[in-house]
Structure formats: structure tokens, C-alpha cells
Design a protein around this ligand. Sequence first.
Ligand code: SF4
Ligand code: SF4
Length: 454
Amino acid sequence: MKFSSWFKGIRLPRPPMAAPPVEMPAPEKVFLPLRQHRGAVAEPRVEPGQAVKMGQVVGASEEFESATVHATVSGKVEAIKQVSDPAGQLVPTVVIASDGADAWAAELAELEAPFNSAAAVTQTRPSRLLKRLRESGLVRAAVQGRPLHVELSPPMAPQSYLYMTGIPVMRPLDTLIIKAVDNDPPVSPNLACLSLAGMQLEMGVAALARISGARRVILALPAGADSSGLLALARANQWEAVAVSQTHYPYTLDNLLVLRLTGREVPSPYGEPRDVGVVVEPLITALDVGQVLASGRPVLERLFSVSGQVNKPQTFRVRLGTPIGQVLQAAGGPSKAGKIIVGGPMMGLAQYDPHAPVTRETEGVFVQAPASVQHFTDQPCIHCGRCVSVCPVNLVPSDLGKLCEFQHFEAAAEKDLLSCIECGCCAYVCPSRRPMVHYLRHGKSEVLARRMES
Ligand code: SF4
Ligand code: SF4
């Protein structure tokens, strides 16, 4: 399968310039799910009634694909119970009632000394940097994001990896792309961070390049936005800077961006950028890495964008574990009650529980006005071909939708169902309002489940 050039996808309105993030006060209670990423659930390391300090480990696992969870307030563990996460799944969660003191754990002072320059980072062994990232519990900000130490490590079992993906060549990583553009543009924490270019970012990028071994760094900047600080930093560090349109959806998604910026095609359906020698990380992740190295402490906050029909759209610096409903209130509350979507209008997940917490995977929330909420129907396909003309990976969504609707999953797999990147363009243009992405997601999960069983 070949990716198209730039005539597919859809046009979205240009996102408004985002103001720099503002700090949101710590909540009275935080809910810390013991899994905030793709991979294993951490085991609790605290008990109900126990006093905890900020940065103290409350959950950890021996599994490689797992991230350490830290207390984000000081106070007392109130309970460890099942709580619905932003994806709607019940996950064991540590609930901490804050004492308002925001006292850091004493043992953090015994960790390795913080770094004070990008040059110091560049002279440090990659394994030492990777160990520090693993201890900090960083996760790539994305739905089903992976722990950062997993993203940056080579596959644990290259032979079985090659067997599963069918990708014959594993290239060494040589290129690092830092994305200052957002996947689903109305939710735009990266756009809000354009003015945060400084030593912290320099150190974060230096660490990501050092660990991955990438010699070429490309900064993907939003076209038309004021990126003067980042451009100056790019010049000083000999990074390449490329302007990318935020209005041409979905060309800011990783695989399509890699093709656009490097000319390398990520193999489909199981491939990922590292199969063609590229690491892609969002700007906010690079900033988190820089913060960990500069402070010697885990990052306990998430940059979280609130946009759409709220009274004061804003990007907040939010303590992990804060209920999403409280962040919405900090943005003045929804001005019109419609649909609340975590992750953005095109690829996000509807959120029905205002108590679901902000986690390391979440980037923001979009509030849709009632009039804009798309009501899907079970109308048949009228063969208009619009979905075919917009699919950025050259599938025939109308056929795939019908096959999945009537449970012919293997037939859909033969028509490359697993290459679908779930961008939502087909559902967006469908005049019959068919729930295309629901059909395709369901079909993909069925195909994968059956292949795991056999
Ligand atoms: S959701 Fe899948 S099938 Fe639909 S346009 Fe996007 S990639 Fe194509
Ligand atoms: S856009 Fe909708 S109605 Fe048109 S071909 Fe695709 S699935 Fe059928």
C-alpha cells in the first residue's frame, strides 16, 4: 500500500493561537490509575490510610512495558479502588486526599544530581538517561501511549518482532522528529507551548537524540504560528525546522508526517516510524523529558488543553489525577452542553464520566455544541464515493464498513482493514451518517483477537 500525496484528507479550520499554559491549583483529591498507558498495570506500593508525599512511588511493576506511578499531591491514601479512566475502562486507582502542603518526598533528594545543560546530557551514557526516564514514569502523550522508555528502546525480541510485523529490515534510528503540531488540532497543547523554547527543551531534545542515536533532528512547526523562539533554538542547535499545515488533516499523524518530512514510507499495517529509522515525539513530551533531567524529579503534571464550547478555552498545567470535570470548570464550564470528547473531535473518545481523571495519556478535551454532535444512523451506503476520495491511506472505507457491519471480518482484513489509521475522515464526509470508525475499530479488534487465538 502507498500513502497518497497531499490531495486526500479533509480541511479543518485553522486552530486559534493558543495562549501559554496556565497553572491550575491542585485539587483536593487525586485519582491515580495504576495503568496510564498501553501495557501492564502497576502494582500498588501503598495502602489505604498511609501518608504519602509528592513524587513518592504509589505503583510500580517489574514488567518492562509499564510505567511507575507517583503521588501528585501530599496527603493520605484514601482508597485503592476501580475507577473509570478516560477511555472508559475500569482500572485499579490510588485515591489520595491532599493535605494542601504539597510536600515533596525526602528520598527524591537522594537521586542523581539534576543536569544543568544540554552538553552535559549529550555526554551522558544513553542507558543512564533511559534509566532515569524509566524511573520518572514518563509516557508518550497519546491515547494508548507507550511508556517513553519502551518507545526509545529497541524491540525486546527482534526475531519475534520481525515475524509478527513481517518487516524484513530494522534500520538503526537516525532521525528524531519533534512535533510542535497537534494530531487533532482543536486540542492543541503543543501549540500552546511554542513560547516555551528554552534550556529545558534543549535538554529534552538532546536526551531523546542521545538515547535513540539520532543524528538528524527535525522540528515540525505549525505553519502560520509565531514560532520565533523555537526557530532560534533550532538554528543554535543545528536542528532542521519545517513548517507543517495544521489545517490539512490528518497529515500531522506520525506515519504521514514521517513520509512527508523524510520521504520514508512506514510499512503497513503493523509498522511504526522506528521501522524506517525515525523516532517521533511531541513537543510536550520533549519538555517533560527536559523537566525530569533539569529537576531530578518526576513530572507530576500534564499540559491539558480545553477547547470548543467552553467559556474560557485554555491550556492548563494540571496535576495528574485531577478529575476532568474540574478542569472543565476551571475553563469556565461548558457554555453549551453537548458532547465532551477526550483527545479531539476527529479521533477522540466521548467522555461520559466527569470524574475520570487526567492521566499521562491525555492531551486535552473538546466540548462539542449540541448542533455539531454527529448523530449516526444505520442508513445504507449510497455509494457516493466521498469516503474513498478522502481516505489518506487509500483504502475503500465504504467496502470495509459494510464488511465489518455484517461481520465478514476476514474478508475486510484481506482488503487491508488493519491499515486503517482511524482518522475519522470517512465518517466526517459520509452523507448517510454511517458510524464508519465504529465499524472499522470493531472489525480491527475482532481480526486481531482471532489472530491471537489461532
Ligand atoms: S478512518 Fe480508516 S478508512 Fe476511514 S478515512 Fe481514515 S484511514 Fe481511511
Ligand atoms: S461516504 Fe458513506 S455513503 Fe458515500 S460511499 Fe462512503 S460509506 Fe457509502
